[in-house]
Write a protein that binds this ligand. Structure first.
Ligand code: CMX
Ligand code: CO
Length: 142
């Protein structure tokens, strides 16, 4: 079902400071910066590696306000890993398949993610405590 780990989402208070840390410590490069109002985040994607099934990234997330998924997470748990995102060939198909297995979908339909992707989230309580994101890359469907 999964093509790759697309990204690991990391919640932080100060996006610019965290970008500087990842760049200077790991030599990673920012490939995209976006504000996603729908998700309530200011975010940056840092390239990790390219594989046969696409690229993988670290996604740094700063909340736009306390009353957002990442804002609530930071208040409750502090900075750290917020979600894991898997690449899928077709996010709508994956949602149907996983919904049919009783996993709660947090989105009724795919939403807009980073760099033109289509995304959907699975409830962390149904995935062993891990907020899980499905990602379809813009070029994935042929
Ligand atoms: N990972 C694991 N567990 C999490 C979690 C996370 N990121 N966020 C919340 N939870 C847990 C909480 O700890 C809590 O558990 P307990 O009841 O045992 O304390 C439970 O889920 C409910 O948490 P809450 O703080 O009451 O928050 P909500 O239920 O209002 O929202 C969630 C939780 C997952 C439904 C919401 O964060 C959501 O819809 N997330 C999807 C969208 C998102 O995260 N967008 C930002 C990223 C965008 C991107 O990647 O592009
Ligand atoms: Co993400």
């Amino acid at each position: 079902m999964f093509l790759r780990i697309d990204h690991v989402g990391i919640a932080c208070h100060d996006l610019e400071a965290k970008i500087a840390f990842f760049e200077s410590t790991f030599g990673m490069t920012v490939v995209s910066r976006e504000v996603n109002e729908e998700q309530g985040v200011r975010e940056a994607m840092l390239h990790v590696a390219d594989g046969p099934n696409g690229s993988s990234y670290v996604q740094l997330l700063e909340p736009l306000s306390p009353d957002t998924p990442v804002g609530k997470f930071l208040a409750k748990r502090g900075e750290g890993v917020h979600h894991v995102a898997f690449g899928v060939p077709d996010v709508a198909e994956a949602m149907t398949e996983l919904g049919g297995k009783g996993i709660r979908l947090l989105d009724e339909r795919p939403r807009h993610g980073s760099m033109g992707s289509s995304i959907a989230f699975l409830h962390p309580k149904d995935v062993g405590g891990v907020l899980t994101e499905l990602v379809q890359a813009p070029e994935a469907r042929s």
